[in-house]
Design a protein. Structure first.
Length: 339
């Protein structure tokens, strides 16, 4: 019951805030979710999936996923993609689903520098089971119980659907990358009440990074000695939506085929409240057959507490069609996007 009350208090604390998008700790491993301009940016065909289970120690949890595929059309200097995003909050069975189509155009600025301009059109639905919601007036925190009550009034509809629009820019060369994006440009009304308005704020994001090549080392692959690629990458992602903003930054080490990373999520904040959310550890593998795997864990640093919340688990998997379509010996690697 204690964990249940903690979850309800968290929900009440954000109850007056405008709706916020989900976030992935491995933002660099969910490129199409991060910025529509990443569609086709790898210049090969790829498919990927991201899954996040937040606060698993609580009686009620938040689960999010993103599945995507993109392809680069070299003759048109264009990238196309499709993405499906979803979230579920189990307290009121609140579910969000989005289907999006993406297009980007690549502009060459130099021998090894490019600018991608992307756009995404989406159709989204939101649904909830309001008869399962518990009001704050039903909580007796001193006794740790939930009192019986009438619950919430049933809204006009349990499901809302709307169209949405996202856009972004993405520049990169062999060592450095920088992008900006804006999501929910149409600012859709997501209220379940016909006579009420709950405008979804625009989500702004600025992200970038730099890659440093380290001294390669010899590695034995059972047949011969080859040079092991070793790199150090630094990256950040600043996002702002409504009253709230946040910064993710960190580093990853790549020792072919192993990836190790550490990230921090927290300050700055526009509302004057402490924002010290999580320390994130990552381990991943980048295999020569085109498969990239990553697992990260969020150690909660906020007042919610790591033991109370259980942190967050996140898994990412991506498959790139390396030689099957283009018959290339090596695939292009974006800086810092080893995974």
């Amino acid at each position: 019951m204690g964990k249940y009350l903690i979850f309800l208090i968290v929900i009440m604390a954000f109850g007056n805030a405008k709706a916020q998008d989900t976030q992935f700790s491995q933002f660099y491993a969910s490129p199409l979710f991060l910025n529509p301009a990443f569609a086709g940016s790898s210049e090969i065909t790829r498919v990927g999936f991201n899954f996040r289970n937040q606060w698993p120690a609580l009686d009620q949890t938040f689960v999010a996923f993103s599945a995507y595929a993109d392809h680069f059309i070299e003759s048109k200097n264009s990238g196309i993609g499709i993405i499906v995003n979803g979230t579920r909050e189990s307290l009121a069975n609140l579910q969000n689903t989005e289907l999006g189509l993406l297009y980007s155009y690549r502009l060459r600025l130099g021998s090894s520098s490019f600018l991608h301009m992307g756009i995404q059109g989406s159709y989204a639905t939101r649904s909830a089971s309001f008869d399962e919601v518990v009001l704050s007036t039903q909580l007796d925190i001193s006794k740790g119980v939930v009192l019986p009550g009438a619950g919430v009034a049933i809204p006009d509809a349990r499901q809302r659907s709307f169209a949405d629009l996202h856009t972004g820019l993405f520049y990169y060369n062999e060592r450095f990358w920088l992008g900006v994006s804006g999501h929910h440009l149409t600012r859709p009304n997501i209220s379940y009440l016909d006579l009420d308005k709950d405008i979804l704020p625009i989500r702004y994001s600025a992200h970038g990074g730099i890659k440093f090549d380290l001294t390669p080392g010899a590695i034995n692959d059972y047949f011969n000695n080859t040079q092991q690629e070793r790199t150090l990458s630094l990256a950040f992602n600043y996002k702002r939506q409504g009253l709230y903003d946040q910064l993710d930054f960190g580093m990853e080490l790549f020792f072919d085929p192993i990836i190790l990373g550490v990230w921090y999520r927290g300050f700055p904040t526009r509302i004057g409240l402490p924002n010290n959310e999580a320390l994130i550890a990552l381990i991943g593998f980048s295999l020569q057959n085109g498969v990239d795997l990553g697992y990260s864990y969020d150690f909660t640093l906020s007042q919610l507490g790591w033991r109370n919340s259980g942190g967050a688990h996140e898994v990412s998997i991506r498959y790139s069609f390396v030689n099957q379509l283009w018959q290339r010996v090596q695939r292009r690697r974006l800086p810092t996007f080893r995974y």
